[in-house]
Write a protein that binds this ligand. Structure first.
Ligand SMILES: [Zn+2]
Length: 253
């Protein structure tokens, strides 16, 4: 049954990056909730800040609800699902210019996007393997596809492309991702976030920052072309000027 009375609910907005009031555009209460005294509600909501639209499903038994003392509205729910799913961790922003003619950056972005989709859906193993894949792509891009992964890391550290501390972090994250894919290790969310930290460290350093530096270089070149040149100073006289205070013969007569 559709509820035409518009209200607001406070839920996470991935665009704003925090809890925001959302206008309820439509609300449907299922007549057959999964619990005999529970509830089963569906919302289409719009962020009151950025107007991002999402779909929410809330259901649960009544004993976990908290009620507003004035309106009687339930304010806390046992289970809430958001579509499209998202995690509260803020995604990196890729400069648009980083993709043009750059298959490497495009591949990193595509897998990064899918990895966050996995994170939002609590698919820890897929998220761990996505992070591992990102690490592998960037390391192989930097070190060339020669030898094993440890060989590539050694070459990058020896040439100071990465620090020794980064080499250790990257190796540990890569091995954890391999364990989730090949050795049956089920990472917890905290583990997955560590893998993402390492993947995002590499993305920032070797995908996003180079693109920003290139954009800044092009922008400053264009800026220099628009800035008026410094006016030329008048040429200095070749002979020493006569002192204005020095009396002349004419002045004395
Ligand atoms: Zn928003």
């Amino acid at each position: 049954m559709a509820d035409t009375q518009l209200t607001q609910i406070k839920v996470f907005c991935p665009c704003c990056g925090g809890e925001r009031n959302h206008n309820v555009l439509a609300k449907v209460e299922s007549p057959n909730p999964p619990f005999s005294l529970g509830y089963d509600r569906y919302y289409i909501v719009e962020c009151a800040g950025c107007e991002n639209t999402a779909f929410f499903h809330e259901f649960g038994p009544p004993w976990v609800l908290e009620y507003d003392p004035v309106t009687g509205e339930a304010s806390k729910f046992a289970s809430t699902s958001r579509y499209p799913a998202c995690h509260q961790r803020q995604r990196l922003t890729f400069p648009l210019g980083s993709f043009f003619g750059n298959d490497y950056a495009s591949d990193v972005y595509r897998i990064y996007d899918e990895t966050y989709d996995a994170l939002g859906n609590n698919l820890s193993t897929l998220c761990a393997y996505g992070s591992r894949t990102i690490i592998d792509i960037i390391v192989t891009h930097l070190a060339d596809d020669r030898g094993s992964f440890p060989d590539k890391i050694k070459r990058l550290a020896a040439s100071n492309v990465i620090t020794t501390a980064q080499a250790s972090s990257i190796t540990a994250a890569f091995d954890a991702g391999s364990a989730s894919a090949h050795r049956g290790w089920c990472p917890q969310e905290a583990d997955v976030l560590i893998l993402l930290d390492v993947a995002e460290m590499l993305i920032n350093q070797f995908v996003i920052n180079p693109a920003r530096q290139q954009h800044t270089a092009e922008a400053t070149t264009n800026l220099s072309a628009r800035v008026p040149p410094r006016p030329k100073k008048p040429k200095s006289a070749t002979s020493a000027p006569t002192s204005p205070s020095a009396p002349t013969t004419t002045d004395l007569t």
